[in-house]
Design a protein around this ligand. Structure first.
Ligand code: MN3
Length: 196
């Protein structure tokens, strides 16, 4: 089955005032849809068309060479945004608990590290908390590169493409990242940590 944009698990306006409704509509309905459409077009007719997106990204070097760039960008965009909608929630924020909290350690230090990774990512990209072996790490990636390309499992990601924040925050990426912490869905991040 071709990739599909999953429904948002909350209303478009549910993350206000931190992320505005119009941004969510454009981001989910237009940007994510475009990644899905282009990824499906790139994979159509290949043996990879019906595989899970995580498997496609982890096997990128096995794809036909002329498909790799389109798949990296667009299947990457699909995987990244599918995670992004889920790791946010209207009643989000606060801090992780349990095994994830232990793996993260000092929460304020972690928050600063991920914020800096996201804010300092030059141009478009993502800041991530990833599972790397049995521990966790903070990384950033350019464009729509998924941590799966590096063999790392994404647990939490903040989209720092301008389309994610420009309507409300214009050039103020640090303000957007600071506000984004208020919508992090820690139970979902913990679920991913325990499943990964
Ligand atoms: Mn985006």
């Amino acid at each position: 089955m071709p990739f599909e944009v999953p429904e948002l698990p909350y209303d478009y306006a549910a993350l206000e005032p931190h992320i505005d409704e119009q941004t969510m509509r454009l981001h989910h309905d237009k940007h994510h849809q475009a990644y899905v459409d282009k990824a499906n077009a790139a994979l159509e007719g290949t043996e990879w068309a019906d595989r899970p997106v995580e498997e496609v990204l982890a096997s990128l070097d096995q794809l036909p060479e002329d498909k790799r760039a389109a798949v990296r960008n667009n299947a990457g965009g699909h995987a990244n945004h599918t995670l992004f909608w889920q790791i946010m929630a209207p009643d989000g924020g606060g801090q992780p608990e349990g095994a994830l909290a232990e793996a993260i350690g000092d929460f304020e230090r972690f928050k600063e590290e991920l914020s800096n990774a996201a804010i300092n990512q030059f141009g478009s990209g993502w800041g991530w908390l990833v599972k790397d072996g049995s521990s966790v790490a903070v990384i950033s990636t350019p464009n729509q590169d998924s941590p799966l390309l590096q063999g790392k499992t994404p647990l939490l990601g903040v989209d720092v493409w301008e389309h994610a924040y420009y309507l409300s925050y214009q050039n103020r990426r640090p303000d957007y990242v600071a506000a984004w912490w208020n919508v992090v869905n820690w139970p979902e991040v913990a679920r991913r940590f325990e499943a990964g």
